[in-house]
Design a binder for this molecule. Structure first.
Ligand code: NAI
Ligand code: 15L
Length: 274
């Protein structure tokens, strides 16, 4: 994806966690217009810095001291690192539960004032696909993973109320190059719309703790996304262009969780360790 030029004054230094991941690789490129320097971090190997506008720092989010050092000197944080699918609770604990505490605590100690938290639709995954909800609807996490994102949103709320650190929590739907199945026709978020939404989230004034959905302008959406609109978000892409390709896939049974629940198959993962 070629970065879109911006008229916004760039941040001096942005931190992107999860930089080796699927979205991290996309954002590494697309966020370049918004910062003089991007600090890229992950527990996994990252391609070396391309130029003096990138810094690469390997860091385990479960390591409090390492996260403290990671955050020094940054102006805003895009927190995308962590376990991104359903796993046994013990695997989620370090990266997602301790990790989100470590990143907020480091932000407080270093005076960082703006966070973007990569939350997930799995915070509300137990709603049915014929429910229409907004970002203030009661949460219905569908997994330990969804619970960890729900906890991250609460952490964001607490750090705003207690310390004035502002966060936009983005409940990302399904952000891939293309929707991969029928459910993602509703939840798909294009990389271009993701970048635009993050730009809005970085620059909008007085966001406090705002929760929005990360979803493109799809035909059948389940989420009233007016809080994203209030930040200036106007999605440009629409999953309809992929409909024929997606509908060429075999139709799942009507009672398949992928056809019933907003969180799809995540609602049926586990139990683990029996
Ligand atoms: P991903 O799994 O490709 O990337 C996550 C990155 O976090 C990986 O590179 C991984 O090495 C890193 N990570 C895991 N444990 C870590 C630890 N202990 N310390 C430091 N780094 C660690 O996931 P993806 O798709 O790029 O998603 C990025 C973020 O957005 C995740 O937080 C995910 O939960 C969230 N999200 C993504 C969605 C999507 O559709 N891609 C949907 C909803 C939320
Ligand atoms: C997520 O939260 C995951 O990180 C991603 O891999 C997808 O499973 C996405 O949700 C989704 O619900 O499609």
């Amino acid at each position: 994806m070629t970065p879109t030029p911006t008229a916004r004054p760039p941040f001096n230094r942005l931190l992107l966690t999860g930089a080796a991941g699927g979205l991290g690789k996309v954002l590494r490129e697309s966020l370049r217009p918004y910062a003089n320097v991007i600090r890229l971090s992950d527990i996994a190997d990252i391609t070396p810095a391309l130029d003096d506008r990138e810094e690469v720092v390997l860091c385990d989010l479960a390591d409090k001291q390492a996260v403290h050092q990671l955050v020094e000197g940054v102006d805003a944080i895009l927190h995308f690192g962590g376990v991104s699918v359903e796993r046994p609770f013990e695997e989620i604990l370090g990266a997602n539960i301790c990790g989100v505490f470590h990143i907020y605590e480091a932000a407080r100690r270093h005076g960082v004032k703006r966070m973007i938290f990569a939350s997930s639709n799995h915070v509300i995954g137990f709603y049915k696909q014929d429910d229409v909800i907004d970002a203030h609807s009661p949460r219905r996490p569908d997994s330990y993973y969804g619970l960890s994102k729900s906890y991250g949103e609460d952490m964001a709320s607490f750090y705003f109320d207690r310390y004035g650190i502002e966060t936009v929590s983005v409940r990302i739907g399904s952000s891939f190059a293309e929707p991969q199945n029928r459910r993602m026709m509703s939840t798909w978020l294009s990389f271009g719309d993701l970048t635009h939404l993050l730009e809005c989230a970085l620059y909008a004034p007085n966001v406090g703790h705002t929760v929005v959905y990360g979803v493109s302008d799809n035909k059948n959406v389940w989420w009233d996304n007016r809080f994203a609109t209030a930040l200036g978000y106007a999605a440009k892409d629409n999953s309809e262009v992929f409909r024929e390709k997606v509908e060429a896939q075999p139709m799942p049974a009507a009672d398949d969780p992928a056809m019933v629940y907003q969180g799809g198959a995540f609602v049926a993962a586990g139990p683990f360790g029996d």
